[in-house]
Design a protein around this ligand. Structure first.
Ligand SMILES: NC(=O)c1ccc[n+]([C@@H]2O[C@H](COP(=O)([O-])OP(=O)(O)OC[C@H]3O[C@@H](n4cnc5c(N)ncnc54)[C@H](OP(=O)(O)O)[C@@H]3O)[C@@H](O)[C@H]2O)c1
Length: 236
């Protein structure tokens, strides 16, 4: 019998910066061929070059852009990491709620639905949620909570193919573009003070958990929410 020597492939949305970049690096270190996606082609290209990934730029919230991008994405996908997301503030009430839903939920749903036919047997899906789903944070937290419900649904829809779907829920993570220029010393001190281990999380803290959950070894973990928050919220 000829051994299947195909390298496992991964797609990491929002892989140009922060947590997504660290996830891409961890998967590359595990021997996967990794595609990183995002809207800013220049940011993506720079990161791709630095870490040894391939860049494919598209807006994950735009159904037509997602469809058009399919030609540039792997024909068989072993690992999909729905990481693109963030928080939208400062618009009127309805716009803010819809924008957070679009950025965090619609992006993950559109990319996953488009790639479903390409998911390999025993593929792995990891979606990045947030501690905010369990600790308020208005429309952003509500959007991340919706991802938890969707993840459970995905796990059952794809389980017969050996595919797993899990959500990784970070607490406060340093070294990302998430907070822009809105983080103050006071807020950071409060966030770090709410952990059990007295430190902020790092993108690598999240990446190592995603790398395990998307590995072949994690085949019996599915439909779960896995917190990475230094104890800032206890999943008991
Ligand atoms: N940092 C934290 O403390 C924290 C805590 C809990 C959860 N999270 C979650 O972690 C995930 C990663 O965020 P991060 O903290 O690493 O912040 P980040 O550095 O801002 O990363 C977000 C990435 O998503 C991409 N993105 C945003 N909208 C997109 C779209 N419509 N289509 C394609 N790509 C898009 C961005 O690239 P472009 O702008 O180029 O598109 C960017 O690379 C997010 O889901 C976030 O909600 C973060």
């Amino acid at each position: 019998m000829v051994a299947n020597t195909r390298l496992r492939t991964a797609i990491v949305t929002g892989g140009g910066t922060g947590i997504g970049r660290a996830v891409a690096e961890a998967l590359i270190a595990d021997g996967l061929e990794v595609v990183i996606t995002g809207r800013r082609a220049d940011v993506l290209e720079r990161t791709a070059k630095e870490i040894g990934a391939r860049a494919v730029d598209f807006d994950a919230a735009d159904p037509e852009a997602v469809t058009r991008a399919l030609d540039r994405l792997p024909s068989e996908v072993d690992v999909l990491v729905n990481n693109a997301g963030g928080v939208v503030q400062g618009r009127d009430l309805k716009e803010t709620w819809l924008a957070n839903y679009e950025l965090n939920v619609v992006t993950a749903v559109l990319v996953t639905e488009a790639l479903k036919p390409r998911l390999a047997q025993h593929a792995r899906i990891a979606t990045i949620g947030s501690i905010a789903a369990r600790k308020g944070a208005g429309s952003y937290g509500a959007a991340k909570a919706a991802l938890e419900a969707w993840t459970a649904d995905l796990a059952f829809a794809l389980g017969s193919r050996g595919v797993t779907a899990n959500l990784v829920a970070p607490g406060y993570i340093d070294d990302t573009e998430f907070f822009g220029d809105t983080m103050t010393d006071e807020r950071r001190t409060w966030l770090v003070g709410s952990t059990a281990n007295g430190r902020a999380g790092t993108p690598a803290d999240v990446a190592s958990v995603v790398a395990f959950l998307t590995s072949p070894a994690a085949g019996h973990i599915t439909g779960q929410v896995v917190p990475v928050n230094g104890g800032a919220n206890l999943a008991r």
